[in-house]
Design a protein around this ligand. Structure first.
Ligand code: DX5
Ligand code: ZN
Length: 218
């Protein structure tokens, strides 16, 4: 199984965000991970659709947009218009998860469901046949640079089994605290899409390609 790297631009230099997206694309990333936070669902504020739109033409890579917002539904179309290729929503938000997935699918982009560290993996089960991606949070959402929570590994294993049994092509993404030391364990547990913020952007632009190569295990 080939592993894809999705650097979270949350860890980039926001004062030159466009350039950072260019840099990370040249450095060999597979996706651009965009962490959207609303100061309500999570205790931090980050990126809105206008910013996504402003960086969209800096890269031809798919934009992997992770919505940590509540409500979610009213904003889905705005992010797709801004250039999202994959939109992930949280079932923990007080919004109608099924309606959010329907909305994402109606806009012809990929639909993801993201689950927090305290959420049981079974929550995704009723939605499996509609999902393109399952995102397992290995930190409590809100901030980059946190420590990996190891219970995510067990969740990945369970979900990998479930995905393989389903026969559907669903990406299994891990998000939070992934570094050079623990990446092999998340891959062994079944993840095929790896979000890495702090680790990718470590050392500045000259290091991005090295960091991505190292994450891939080279
Ligand atoms: C956390 C975000 C993550 C995170 C990744 O709420 O969803 O994408 O910032 O950053 P690192 O790799 O630094 O944990
Ligand atoms: Zn994220």
């Amino acid at each position: 199984m080939s592993v894809k790297i999705s650097p979270s631009i949350l860890a980039s230099d926001f004062s030159s965000l466009g350039e950072e997206v260019v840099n990370i694309t040249k450095a060999g990333a597979d996706y651009i991970h965009v962490d959207v936070m609303d100061g309500h669902f999570v205790p931090n504020l980050t990126i809105g659709p206008d910013i996504v739109k402003s960086i969209r033409d800096k890269s031809s890579l798919p934009f992997d947009v992770h919505l940590m917002i509540d409500p979610v539904q009213p904003y889905i179309e705005k992010f797709v218009e801004a250039g999202a290729d994959i939109v992930s929503v949280h079932p923990e938000a007080n919004d109608d998860t099924q309606a959010c997935i329907d909305k994402i699918k109606s806009l012809n982009v990929k639909a993801g469901l993201a689950i927090n560290p305290d959420t049981e993996w079974e929550v995704v089960k009723p939605f499996m046949d509609q999902l393109d991606l399952i995102l397992v949070m290995s930190v409590h959402p809100g901030f980059g640079g946190q420590k990996f929570i190891p219970t995510a590994l067990d969740k990945l294993e369970k979900l990998r089994k479930e995905i393989d049994q389903s026969g559907r092509e669903i990406d299994l993404e891990i998000d939070g605290g992934v570094n050079f030391e623990n990446i092999q364990s998340v891959i062994d547990a079944g993840a095929n899409m790896i979000v890495a913020g702090t680790t990718t952007f470590k050392g500045g632009p000259d290091e991005y390609a090295n960091n991505i190569e190292k994450l891939r295990g080279h």
